[in-house]
Design a protein around this ligand. Structure first.
Ligand code: CTP
Ligand code: MG
Length: 389
């Protein structure tokens, strides 16, 4: 079965306050829409993710989705309904069996919820719903006019799951009838005469709507990513012939080179081991054996990108990276900012989450004699306790 997701991210987020639209604002250092994408990708069974964005914010989407497998975004419309339709039309050639429509503003969709959506949606049309626990009143001004029977009421969420052909036909029909006011796809399908079913939603799957929701989201995420891990790494290389050294992904001119199988970047190698250590997933040699010719002369940013990807696959975030380089020469100070910036770029984290120190070894030992250089590193990760986030 071909399952596609239409991810609607073309809103302006007015209720959350002006500026950068809410779906691009960070939650625990990661843009909200990136959490949604990560969680959609972590779920099994999704073949294609079709993002819908506004042209003014296309650069925000490109940055937030870097490295994640998504189709080229299409342009949204003035209403959510128009944006969903744009996504469906873009998927028409792919002709999925099932489509899940999901709000970019719901970052905490879990793989379990996605699995329920796929299962229930296979029946034709189904949406996640939660029981109402508060008593609900209707009011005029400050006067109560009635008490609703909450047992028949549900609040509903996304992802909403539909037979693709039926949802596309219903959207085309609504557009033709001049109806553009449906706030969710279930309402549109009901209007088109389909029966829509409900399945169990997830109370943690909140929609970021107001500025206060961000504080709540941050708390939910910090709680969910409460498994804080610290890993350490260490690396040594010998100086040899050459005219530069690679340190932290930056080429530094030097009267000597560094001997090693790859580009012998001690700072990146120590960082990779620190991350793998925090994940308890072996070390750099396990994943990139020196005996394998394909890593000869390899640029070490690939090793770091691999470790960063492993963190993402585990559903976690890198909270901080810290490196100490020990050598008599070259001098690191002039390159400190460039190295920090490069590490931050490869790891996809802000610059203020990368520390870099350098020291000599006071002419003592092999480093002091200028025979080689070393680096040690620490990585702090936040991982989910369960496989829920
Ligand atoms: N959306 C969209 N196109 C629109 C309007 C909304 O793709 N023309 C998307 C939003 O980006 C969001 C989802 O639909 O992911 C749910 O909409 P909502 O929470 O209302 O977001 P906004 O419309 O952006 O916020 P607001 O209504 O406060 O302006
Ligand atoms: Mg809106």
């Amino acid at each position: 079965m071909k399952v596609a997701v239409v991810l609607v991210a073309a809103g302006r987020g007015e209720r959350a306050g002006g500026g950068v639209p809410k779906q691009y604002r960070p939650v625990a250092g990661v843009p909200a829409v990136r959490w949604a994408l990560r969680n959609l990708r972590r779920a099994g069974g999704v073949s294609v993710i079709q993002p819908v964005v506004s042209p003014e914010a296309a650069h925000h989407f490109a940055a937030a989705s870097a490295g994640i497998d998504v189709s080229p975004p299409v342009e949204g419309g003035a209403t959510r309904q128009a944006s969903v339709r744009a996504g469906l039309e873009a998927l028409a050639a792919f002709a999925p069996d099932l489509v899940l429509v999901h709000d970019a503003a719901r970052p905490f969709v879990t793989p379990a919820l996605i699995a329920r959506a796929i299962e229930a949606g296979s029946g034709g049309a189904a949406i996640p719903a939660l029981p109402v626990t508060d008593t609900v009143k209707s009011v005029e001004g400050d006067k109560i006019t009635g008490t609703l029977d909450r047992s028949t009421l549900r609040t509903v969420q996304t992802p909403q799951a539909f037979d693709f052909a039926s949802l596309l036909a219903a959207h085309r029909k609504a557009a033709q009838a001049g109806r553009d006011d449906f706030t969710d796809d279930a309402a549109l399908m009901e209007w088109a005469g389909h029966t829509v079913h409900v399945f169990d939603g997830d109370a943690g799957n909140i929609k970021l709507t107001t500025a206060e929701d961000f504080a709540r989201a941050e708390m939910l995420l910090m709680n969910a990513l409460g498994d804080v891990r610290v890993g350490s790494g260490y690396d040594v290389h010998v100086f040899g012939d050459g005219d530069h050294v690679m340190l932290g992904g930056v080429r530094i001119p030097h009267e000597r080179g560094v001997v090693g199988h790859s580009d012998a970047d001690v700072a990146l190698h120590a960082l990779v081991d620190a991350i793998l250590g925090a994940l308890a997933e072996g070390d750099i040699g396990v994943h990139f054996p020196p005996s394998d010719p394909q890593w000869r002369g390899a640029s070490s940013d690939r090793f770091l990108a691999f470790a960063v990807e492993r963190v993402r696959e585990r559903g976690g975030v890198i909270a901080h990276l810290d490196v100490t380089i020990v050598c008599e020469a070259p001098r690191i100070g002039p390159h400190r900012q460039a190295i920090r910036a490069r590490i931050a770029e490869i790891a996809g984290i802000p610059l203020d989450r990368v520390g870099l120190k350098a020291t000599t070894s006071e002419k003592l030992g092999f480093v002091g004699r200028g025979e080689g250089l070393t680096a040690s590193a620490t990585a702090t990760l936040r991982l989910p306790f369960a496989q829920e986030i």
